[in-house]
Design a protein around this ligand. Structure first.
Ligand code: ADP
Ligand code: MG
Length: 616
């Protein structure tokens, strides 16, 4: 029999390795930034085009490479960072596998320029899919520049697998945050499609956190410092009242390397136990320094997991030092001598001139016309003839919640004259057809029994469909604000807002400016009270952040869902009879009345048979 086993050619082996190392543009960003840090750079620039799909370039002022090293750096298992397996136990660098550049060069067009300080001239190497295209001498500053173009050009399946630009950029920003937070003494800048997203000078840790997450963050931070024999902890936790609905501001670094550790995260949660509301997550930025011998980071190629020798001790120390800091902060404000007082003035109004208020008068307003609205959340419902909407329900009898989904098949649109949202103004019949139960459910009788409607979910459905419609036809009405609203956000949040801007405008938002620190809003959708704007936008940003891993990301849909959730009347709000009826009418005028935008049942039914049976 003939032999059938062969060694894989290098470029194939590299492509396979790339599958592990490079999942998306953000992975390239991480590897290149880490190489620049390992090369002892003090200033690092990241340049991106199309969320890294077209270009990821990292330019550093580190120690550079000789011509031979530059060529070797693209070989697999070529590294200057370890020489023997023993070195693995005393790692002081980010990289050690010697895999990243070889993998990246296998699946992209790479151009490297590098020069060492002692040399007059540097080296230029161009590689496409592991194939060297050029190697020549070039004029270039000391340090290294690596440009990675057309990622996955030779693996269309991987390329198609990439998410939208918003999502990919979000992943890149996350990596950038992690690296920049771990190295406050290095200056970082990030540019995307020609505009600057971050420009971080070298600073202390607190300033770095604040520069990334916004001036408002400063007042939220409580320092944590602890030195024991096995572990040194330094950094900050957020005051309990600033806990967030997302985990987006939770960072652990071990020996300057970002790590994820559910176990240590649990220790922090334990320290915050009883101090924060359910469903909220503490903010933390914590650096742990341990003996490199006591950890094993070699267990995962992307290296965010880590194994500690003595996890239990770390857990206990971490929990008690966070608790201690929180306690201290409750008793007396903590003095921080490194504190940068410039960060103290969060808002800068002094350069702003006075604005002439504009007044808008509704000339059609008639104070004697009877009109009601839902408490403080004015909604677009108008009075409507109490057409017996239960007729709409005929044919929809279901046995209970489980079947609720099926109702979506039924055409409600076919009876427009009965269900118009903006009914005529004829007088109202006072006979009561609905009843509010526990300020939470609306009960109504129908021919075959009764309906119990969840007021919050029902209103979400109504608002959701309305918002989707105004976003697609772009005919939303907005109310002009007397005084423009100025809201502050972090850069990352502003990036998300900018991407949603046109959709938000389609719902009636009017932005007069969005710059790198704040947004100014001069108009709002008619059903959005200005007191709620910041809550709505924060919720929206949180939702987008959480949605990131989801492949079915649609900005419009997400925006409509998020706004509907924020604006819908809440459980616990008492509704007048008229309001209850409007709600029910509008619900059944929806295309999919039976489920909320997040696919939960909006109502359940109880047929007369079911009631009868209970009495048997
Ligand atoms: P690793 O970082 O695991 O060693 P890489 O494939 O990322 O492997 O890099 C291979 C080698 O190329 C590194 O060990 C280093 O010697 C060199 N190198 C890569 N990037 C840079 C850079 N920005 N500056 C100087 N040397 C670099
Ligand atoms: Mg590396």
């Amino acid at each position: 029999m003939s032999d059938i086993i062969q060694l894989l050619p290098d470029h194939v082996a590299n492509q396979i390795a790339a599958g592990e190392v490079v999942q998306r543009p953000a992975s390239v960003v991480k590897e290149l930034l880490e190489n620049a840090i390992d090369a002892e750079a003090t200033s690092i620039k990241l340049i991106l085009k199309d969320s890294g799909k077209t270009l990821v370039q990292v330019i550093d002022n580190g120690k550079g490479m000789s011509a031979t090293d530059a060529r070797l750096s693209f070989e697999r298992h070529a590294t200057s960072k370890i020489r023997s397996a023993d070195d693995l136990f005393s790692l002081h660098t980010k990289g050690f596998r010697g895999e990243a550049l070889a993998s990246i060069a296998a699946i992209a067009h790479v151009e490297l320029k590098s020069k060492q300080d002692a040399d007059e001239l540097g080296t230029l190497i161009a590689i496409e899919g592991s194939e060297i295209k050029t190697q020549e001498v070039t004029v270039t500053p000391t340090g290294t520049s690596i440009a990675v173009k057309h990622l996955f050009f030779n693996i269309p399946a991987r390329r198609n697998f990439l998410k939208s630009n918003t999502v990919e950029l979000r992943h890149i920003i996350d990596e950038f945050h992690r690296v920049a937070l771990a190295h406050p003494n290095i200056a970082f800048a990030m540019y995307h499609n020609g505009s600057e997203l971050f420009n971080l000078h070298d600073s202390n840790y607190r300033q770095r956190v604040v520069h990334i997450f916004g001036t408002k963050t400063n007042e939220k931070l409580v320092p944590v410092e602890e030195t024991t024999e096995v572990l040194k902890i330094s950094g900050f936790v957020g005051k309990p009242q600033f806990a967030k609905k997302t985990k987006s501001e939770q960072f652990f670094f071990v020996n300057n390397r970002f790590i994820k550790s559910p176990y240590l995260n649990h220790a922090i949660n334990a320290a915050f136990d009883g101090l924060i509301k359910d469903g909220h997550h503490p903010i933390y930025f914590l650096n742990l320094t341990v003996d490199p011998k006591s950890i094993d980071i070699n267990i995962h190629p992307t290296k965010t997991e880590i194994k500690f020798d003595d996890e239990h001790t770390l857990y206990a120390i971490l929990r008690s030092s966070v608790k201690h800091s929180l306690g201290q902060f409750n008793i007396a404000p903590v003095l921080d001598f490194e504190y940068d007082t410039n960060l103290d003035t969060p808002y800068n109004y002094k350069d702003k001139g006075a604005q002439t208020p504009t007044v808008e008068v509704d000339r059609d307003y008639n104070p004697f016309r009877e009109e009601r609205s839902f408490g403080k959340q004015t909604t677009a419902f108008k009075k409507q003839t109490p057409n017996n909407w239960d007729s709409l329900y005929v044919g929809l009898e279901s046995k209970g919640t489980r079947d609720a989904q099926d109702f979506s098949q039924v055409e409600f649109e076919s009876e427009p004259e009965n269900v118009s949202l903006f009914g005529d103004q004829s007088s109202h019949d006072t006979a009561q057809s609905t009843y509010q139960f526990q300020n939470k459910y609306i009960i109504s009788t129908i021919k075959s029994g009764m309906l119990m409607i969840d007021q919050h979910r029902a209103h979400q459905r109504i608002l959701y469909e309305g918002l989707l419609k105004s976003m697609t036809v772009k005919e939303a009405v907005s109310q002009q604000l007397l005084f423009p609203l100025q809201l502050h956000f972090t850069r990352a949040e502003l990036t998300i807002l900018k991407q949603l801007q046109s959709d938000l405008e389609a719902t009636g938002f009017v932005f007069s400016s969005i710059d790198e620190k704040q947004v100014e809003i001069t108009g709002l959708p008619i059903n959005v009270p200005d007191s709620e704007v910041s809550i709505i936008l924060e919720q929206l940003i949180g939702d987008v952040e959480q949605e990131v891993p989801d492949s079915h990301f649609s900005a419009t849909d997400l925006l409509a869902k998020s706004m509907a959730k924020s604006l819908a009347i809440k459980t616990g709000q008492s509704l007048s009879n008229l309001e209850q009826e409007h709600l029910v009418n509008s619900l059944f005028a929806c295309k999919e009345p039976s489920v909320s935008p997040t696919n939960r049942a909006t109502f359940i039914t109880l047929t007369i048979d079911e009631v009868d049976r209970k009495f048997m």
